[in-house]
Design a protein around this ligand. Structure first.
Ligand code: NAD
Ligand code: TYD
Length: 349
């Protein structure tokens, strides 16, 4: 049985990728390695954890020795690397965690793969990255795979660094790699520090919805299951050494997005139209806030035939329905440590 290591499988996107692979490929052994930081939650995988082709290992990718030992023991055939510190605001207040996990952790995985893959035939190291490495766009233009890197936050700089290292291992050591850079994801199981689940949670509790600056920043939103389907396709069909951009062709200013979300919430909560919008509160802007991200994913569409499956309105409704019918998931996460983070992050704004 071939073994695929998925790192960060207890997080938001990772849990969707694990679920997709465990169900679709019963002949593959799917090993989820995760440190279970504040963002990792095994409850995200409750419906696949008993499957015979699934296994969980609690480990820290920053621990080089532990990682090498696990690779020697399991002899993985491929790696899909999602483990990361992923929140821009946290990278502004605590950049070192991002340097350790996103850069050192990635190099530890590359070294461990290199050590066991003396013959790289049939092997693959798939690194999952972000469009934020390309920097910030003005009002026009799209990020292409050939766009020069220009990261501007500690988060995006750490991801850019890891992308460069993955490519360097390909060129220097012929490690078989593939990379994808995706736009903002939304959907079920997203940690509620990110814009959409944070806003859903606050609206549900009639708390202010904090919008940074004037809400004019633009993001290109993709439903998380469409990201997982792109990862599945690139993992199986992507060309060695290549990079693929993944995006939904779905740009929204933050304020327009939140107004649309408020309308869905009013409907689902049986509130009078316009009720949730009253919670919108403009707060101090994020330091160095990137104005606009937008992805050109035509390479992935033309070369591998990928298409996103959902329109945004449909995806947003599904997402709201999921959070409203999984209140205990949200309540478990937002009690305790997270509440302290929320208070320090938002009370000072
Ligand atoms: P997330 O924060 O929800 O999950 C990250 C997971 O990594 C968690 O389960 C956490 O426990 C684990 N982790 C963190 N540090 C670790 C360590 N040192 N060792 C082992 N595990 C560790 O993140 P996400 O939003 O699911 O993002 C997953 C990946 O996709 C990241 O690499 C991110 O850069 C990338 N990405 C995210 C988005 C997005 O919109 N969320 C968009 C494009 C790319
Ligand atoms: P976020 O979900 O943190 O993703 P990223 O910073 O990686 O794009 O933020 C999405 C956008 O929403 C970004 O422009 C920052 C903004 N934002 C707010 O206005 N308020 C918030 O409380 C948060 C978390 C984000």
């Amino acid at each position: 049985m071939k073994s695929i290591l998925i790192t960060g499988g207890a997080g938001f996107i990772g849990s969707h990728v694990v679920r997709c692979f465990v169900r679709k490929y019963p002949h593959l052994r799917i090993v989820n390695l995760d440190k279970l930081t504040y963002a990792g939650n095994l409850a995200n995988l409750f419906d696949v954890e008993k499957e015979p082709n699934y296994e969980f290992i609690k480990a820290d990718i920053v621990d080089a020795e532990a990682i090498s030992e696990i690779f020697r023991q399991y002899q993985f055939d491929a790696v899909i690397h999602l483990a990361a510190e992923s929140h821009v605001d946290r990278s502004i207040s605590n950049p070192m965690e991002f340097i350790f996990t996103n850069i050192v952790g990635t190099v530890n995985l590359l070294n461990a793969a290199r050590e066991i893959w003396q013959n790289p035939e049939g092997k693959r190291f798939y690194h999952i990255s972000t469009d934020e490495v390309y920097g910030s766009l003005g009002e026009t233009g799209l990020f292409l795979e050939s766009t020069a890197y220009d990261p501007r936050s500690p988060y995006s700089a750490s991801k850019a660094s890891s992308d460069h290292l993955v490519r360097a291992y390909h060129h220097t050591y012929k490690l078989p790699v593939v990379i994808s850079n995706c736009s903002n994801n939304y959907g079920s199981f997203q940690f509620p520090e990110k814009l959409i689940p944070l806003s859903i949670n606050n609206i549900r509790q009639n708390k202010p919805i904090p919008i940074y600056g004037k809400g004019e920043n633009i993001r290109d939103w993709l439903y998380v299951e469409d990201h997982a389907s792109a990862i599945d396709l690139i993992f199986h069909e992507g060309k060695d050494g290549e990079t693929y951009n993944i995006g939904g062709n779905n740009e929204w200013t933050n304020i327009h997005l939140i107004r649309a979300l408020c309308r869905v919430m009013d409907k689902k909560l049986d509130r009078p139209t316009g009720d949730s919008e009253k919670l919108i509160t403009f707060v101090k802007d994020r330091a160095g806030h990137d104005l606009r991200y937008a992805i050109d994913s035509s390479k992935l569409q033309k070369e591998l035939g990928w298409q996103p499956s959902l329109q945004f309105e449909e995806g947003l409704e599904k997402t709201v329905e999921w959070y409203l019918s999984n209140e205990s998931w949200m309540n478990n996460i937002t009690s305790g440590e997270y509440q302290k983070y929320y208070d320090t992050q938002y009370n000072k704004r």
